[in-house]
Design a protein around this ligand. Structure first.
Ligand code: LLP
Length: 425
C-alpha cells in the first residue's frame, strides 16, 4: 500500500508498523475505545482546508460560510467558527445549531426553496445576515413577515444561470431544468419589484450551480453572468453589497480519476478586481471541500461469504450510516486498517441492511481480511453522518475528532433507548 496513493486526500493517514494511523493516532486503538462503526475526523485536515480558502481570498473582502448540511456536528461547527467561518444554512434547525455554538448571526446566510413561515420568522428574529431567496412567492412572504416584526431584511436572489456544472445529475443545481433559483434572464425586473417592497433590502446576488465540481470552467461562465447582472442592476439604481457564489468545489474520492481543484484557482484576477473595485463582500458556501476528506468511517468485518459470482465482505456499517454509494453510486475508497500484505481479493463490501442497494463498495480489490478486521471508508466527512438514519432501527454511530493527536468523542453512539425517543405507544 503506497502512501503516495493517499496524498490527494489531504488527510494524514499513514501505516506505522502495519497499522493505519490518523494524525499519529492508532486506528485499532480508536476501535477498541469507541467501537464501530465510527466516524473519525481530523482537525488538522479541516483546518488546512479552511486556510486554503482564507489564503486564496486574503486580498478581497469575504465571508466563508461553511455549508452546515455537509456535517452538522456542533463541535465541527464550533471549530469552523473559531477559524473565522460563517455558516450557510438551509433550515431553522441549521440556524439554531449555528447560533447555539455562538456564531455571530451576521455571519449566517439562509437558502432553500421551501422556507416555511415559522422558519422565516425564526431567521428574522435571530438577525441573520441575509436570505437567499428562490422565488417571488417566498420574497412576498418574507416581506410580509418582516413587516409584522418591523424589520427590513437583506436578501440575495438565488439566480439560476443555466450553466452546466458537469457533475452528477442529482447534485447539479444551476440548470434551467433544476428547481433551484430564478432564471437569470428575468431577474432584473424582480430586483426592481423587490426594491419597492418596504421591508426588503435586495443587496445581494446568490448563485450555486452544483456540488463535486472537479472542473472550474463552469464558475468562469457564472462569473461573467454575475458581472453582467451586477452592471444591469447598477444602471437601474440597485446597489449590490454581497455576491455569493455558493459552494461546489470537488474533492478526490478516487485517486485514479479525481484531481481536486484548489481554492486559489477559483477566483481569477478579473473577478477579483471586479469584487474589489465595487466594494463587494464575496460570500462562499463550501462544504465538501472543507470537511469531505477530513473524515473517515471505521467499520468492522463481521462475516464473509462467496457464491458462484462474487465474494462478499459483510461489515457493520450500512447504508443507514453512509448512504452515498447506494444513493449516487458514489465511490469511496476503502483501506484495511491492518496492512497484512495478504492476497488481494475482489469483493463487494456490504452492510447489514435488508436491501440489495446496501453496499460501501462493489468489486473492490482489497487484501483478504479475516473476520474482526477493521476497514476504513475514506472521504466520509461530508454528506456522510449528516445523511445517516435509523433505518432498520440501527443506532447512529459515534463521532470522534482527532485534535493535537488526541481523540475526543464529539457525538455519543446512540443507544437502544434513543430509538424510542419521541415515540408514543
Ligand atoms: N450552497 C448551497 C446552496 C448548496 O445547496 C450546497 C450543497 C452547498 C452550498 C455546499 O456545496 P459543496 O461545497 O458541499 O459542494 N448529498 C450530495 C451533495 C448535495 C449538495 C447539496 N447542496 C452528496 O453526497 O454528494
Amino acid at each position: 500500500m503506497s502512501m503516495s496513493m493517499l496524498k490527494n486526500f489531504n488527510i494524514n493517514l499513514e501505516y506505522k508498523g502495519n497499522i493505519l494511523h490518523i494524525n499519529n493516532v492508532n486506528i485499532i486503538n480508536l476501535a477498541k475505545e469507541f467501537s464501530s462503526p465510527l466516524y473519525i475526523y481530523s482537525y488538522d485536515a479541516l483546518q488546512i482546508n479552511f486556510l486554503k480558502y482564507q489564503n486564496a481570498l486574503s486580498n478581497i473582502k469575504h465571508l466563508i460560510c461553511f455549508a452546515v448540511k455537509t456535517n452538522y456536528n456542533s463541535r465541527i461547527l464550533k471549530e469552523f467558527k473559531e477559524l473565522g467561518a460563517g455558516f450557510d444554512t438551509v433550515s431553522m434547525g441549521e440556524i439554531y445549531k449555528a447560533i447555539n455554538i455562538g456564531v455571530d448571526p451576521k455571519k449566517i446566510v439562509y437558502a432553500g426553496v421551501g422556507k416555511t413561515d415559522e422558519e422565516i420568522k425564526f431567521a428574522i428574529e435571530n438577525n441573520i445576515l441575509m436570505f437567499n431567496v428562490e422565488s417571488v412567492d417566498e420574497l412576498n412572504q418574507i416581506n410580509e413577515i418582516a413587516a409584522k416584526l418591523n424589520k427590513v431584511v437583506n436578501i440575495a436572489f438565488r439566480v439560476n444561470p443555466d450553466v452546466d456544472p458537469k457533475t452528477h445529475h442529482y447534485i447539479s443545481t444551476g440548470l434551467a431544468k433544476n428547481k433551484f433559483g430564478i432564471d437569470i434572464n428575468i431577474i432584473p425586473d424582480i430586483y426592481k419589484y423587490a426594491k419597492n417592497l418596504k421591508n426588503i433590502n435586495p443587496n445581494g446576488i446568490h448563485c450555486h450551480i452544483g456540488s463535486q465540481l472537479l472542473d472550474l470552467s463552469p464558475y468562469k461562465e457564472v462569473f461573467k453572468k454575475i458581472i453582467n447582472l451586477f452592471n444591469t442592476l447598477k444602471s437601474e439604481g440597485i446597489n449590490i453589497d454581497y455576491i455569493n457564489i455558493g459552494g461546489g468545489l470537488g474533492i478526490c474520492y478516487d485517486n485514479n480519476k479525481d484531481i481536486a481543484p484548489d481554492p486559489k484557482d477559483l477566483i481569477d484576477e478579473n473577478f477579483s478586481n471586479f469584487i474589489k473595485n465595487n466594494n463587494i463582500t464575496l460570500i462562499l458556501e463550501p462544504g465538501r471541500s472543507l470537511i469531505g476528506n477530513a473524515g473517515i468511517l471505521l467499520t468492522k468485518v463481521i462475516y464473509q461469504k462467496q457464491n458462484k459470482l462474487k465474494n462478499f465482505i459483510i461489515v457493520d456499517a450500512g447504508m443507514n450510516d453512509l448512504i452515498r454509494p447506494s444513493l449516487y453510486g458514489a465511490y469511496h475508497n476503502i483501506l484495511p486498517v491492518k496492512n497484512k500484505n495478504s492476497n488481494q481479493i475482489t469483493a463487494d463490501i456490504v452492510g447489514p441492511i435488508c436491501e440489495s442497494g446496501d453496499f460501501l463498495a462493489k468489486d473492490k480489490e482489497i487484501q483478504k481480511p479475516i473476520n474482526g478486521d477493521y476497514l476504513v471508508a475514506l472521504s466520509a466527512g461530508a454528506y456522510a453522518f449528516s445523511m445517516s438514519s435509523n433505518y432498520n432501527s440501527r443506532m447512529k454511530p459515534a463521532e470522534v475528532l482527532i485534535k493535537d493527536e488526541k481523540a475526543v468523542l464529539i457525538r455519543k453512539r446512540e443507544s437502544l433507548k434513543d430509538l424510542l425517543t419521541n415515540e408514543i405507544i
